[in-house]
Design a protein around this ligand. Structure first.
Ligand code: AMP
Length: 484
């Protein structure tokens, strides 16, 4: 079996890997590190959780150290583009950890924080810059950063970049990069739109594909609970009584929903925090730090905010609402079972979400077994209390809900187009000051009083056609191209 020693990495990096208790390279690291060290371009089809950050960070650090020179003011030598702030911060942390004996400078540039400290840092020149596209362009426009000296560029999570409407930003950034450069491109999925973006970005790339979408999914024990929308919060508080749920990430569709769920858990004596685009950077960081340190057991997040959250030891992922796009399901549950660990994913599915569940099962080629957690009568009683609180809360927060860029209402189950955006539309509500405000979806289908039926116990379906290394590209039916 290949070891890190076999990959041609220098001693300072090997020391850092030992300190980080990395004993063995992951498949993407084994395949990507040697060609990237040799200066080749790379097309990596891999999702988060596969060790892809180290797969590009280690060889980039080594190449920068081998050709060490002082970066010119307002330039960077390596540029890593990330779709979200959280992921950018985590990538930068990884560079710092792996490069701790190498003395290279690492900086981040993303929205939600002041420009001036970033301008000062960039003014000195940095070796490694990790940036989100919007804020990077702000700096380019103000001429506080030039990309003319970039030696290596990484486009991470390209599919998310397109989903978030960053395609024009990426094109603008690409045009400002030197022609002679090393380019690395990572995406979890490779639909045609991403393939075209990659083709324009890369020169004669080595293609490395790992198939965690299926393998990760298979390592995770997944279940679905059929429950009406207005009983979900009571159910969540109920299942959190299980001490095995020691570090649980809960996904909601909307920011408002995330806040409500976190509040309900708090009222039920389960310490929780919400993380989403309306929270300040410091609130997000505090919530994440509390979650990592175990001070809170539950982090409630929207998809965009959760992108890139890398917390080891997430015991459970709960899909409080099913995502509109099956790929998001894979991304969400991939937050557990990271780096070879096992994990559990529980999805709450209301009647009107069954179409979404079918889409997910089709994409992952797995049947998700249904479980029943508790008696309906007990749940109904708990729900009555939650709904009472909710009605009071709705009255007071009605105005608040109408803020932010509105997305279309929840699409009818089975129509995947509804959740997608049209070309160029910035779903993250990005403003030119670099602040991100996530889209706000209406929650019509999840309002209290919608249905109120007992939750149904579904017959467990047989383990269908599990497919190791399944074809992620096939997840999206023909003709349903991703926006962008
Ligand atoms: P990534 O896919 O880059 O987000 O990495 C997922 C997680 O795996 C991170 O917490 C990494 O620190 C961890 N990791 C990456 N490579 C290895 C390795 N070779 N051995 C153990 N853990 C790793």
């Amino acid at each position: 079996m290949t070891s890190f020693n076999d990959l041609g990495l220098c001693q300072p990096l090997l020391n850092a890997l030992t300190a980080g208790k990395y004993t063995q390279p992951t498949p993407i690291q084994t395949q990507a590190i040697p060609p990237v060290l040799a200066g080749r371009d790379l097309l990596g089809i891999a999702q988060t959780g596969t060790g892809k950050t180290a797969a590009f960070a280690l060889p980039i650090l080594q190449r920068l150290a081998d050709t060490r020179h002082r970066p010119a003011p307002k330039t960077c030598r390596a540029l890593i583009l990330s779709p979200t702030r959280e992921l950018a911060a985590q990538i930068a942390d990884k560079f710092r950890a792996y490069g701790r004996e190498m003395g290279l400078s690492v900086a981040t540039v993303f929205g939600g924080v002041g420009m001036n400290p970033q301008i000062q840092t960039l003014g000195r020149g940095v070796d490694i810059l990790v940036a989100t596209p919007g804020r990077l362009i702000d700096h380019m426009d103000r001429r506080t950063l030039s990309l003319a000296a970039v030696e290596t560029v990484v486009l991470d999570e390209a599919d998310q970049m397109l989903d978030l409407g960053f395609v024009h930003a990426i094109r603008k950034i690409s045009a400002a990069l030197p022609k002679r450069r090393q380019s690395l491109f990572f995406s979890a999925t490779m639909p045609q739109s991403i393939g075209q973006l990659a083709a324009g970005f890369l020169h004669d790339p080595v293609r490395v594909e790992v198939t965690p979408a299926a393998t990760t999914v298979e390592r995770i024990e997944q279940s679905v609970i059929f429950v009406e929308a207005d009983r979900k919060r009571a159910l969540l508080a109920e299942i959190m009584a299980d001490p095995a749920m020691e570090r649980t990430l809960v996904f909601t569709r909307t920011k408002h929903g995330a806040d409500r769920v976190a509040r309900h858990l708090g009222n039920s004596k389960v310490p929780a925090a919400a993380i989403h685009g309306n929270k300040s950077q410091s609130q997000r960081e505090r919530a994440l730090a509390d979650f990592k340190a175990g001070r809170i057991r539950v982090l409630v997040a929207t998809d965009i905010a959760a992108r890139g959250i890398d917390v080891t030891g997430v015991s459970h992922v709960v899909n409080f609402e099913l995502p509109n796009v099956p790929e998001s399901y894979v991304h969400r549950i991939g937050r557990t079972a990271r780096a070879g660990r096992d994990g559990k994913a529980i999805s709450f599915c209301a009647q009107d979400e069954r179409g979404l569940l079918r889409d997910i099962e089709r994409t992952t080629r797995q049947r998700i077994a249904a479980t029943d957690r508790r008696s309906d009568a007990a749940l109904a009683a708990a729900s009555a209390v939650a709904n009472q609180n909710d009605r009071q809360e709705n009255r007071s927060s009605h105005d608040q809900r109408s803020d932010g860029p509105h997305r279309q209402g929840q699409r009818p189950a089975g129509n995947r187009h509804g959740g997608h955006r049209t070309d160029g539309q910035r779903a993250d509500g990005h403003r030119s000051d670099g602040h991100r405000t996530e889209g706000h979806r209406t929650e019509g289908a999840h309002k209290p009083g919608n249905g109120g039926r007992p939750f149904h116990k579904k017959k467990p379906r047989g383990q269908g056609d599990n497919r190791p290394g399944g074809n992620r590209q096939g997840g999206r039916p023909q003709g349903q191209a991703r926006a962008g």
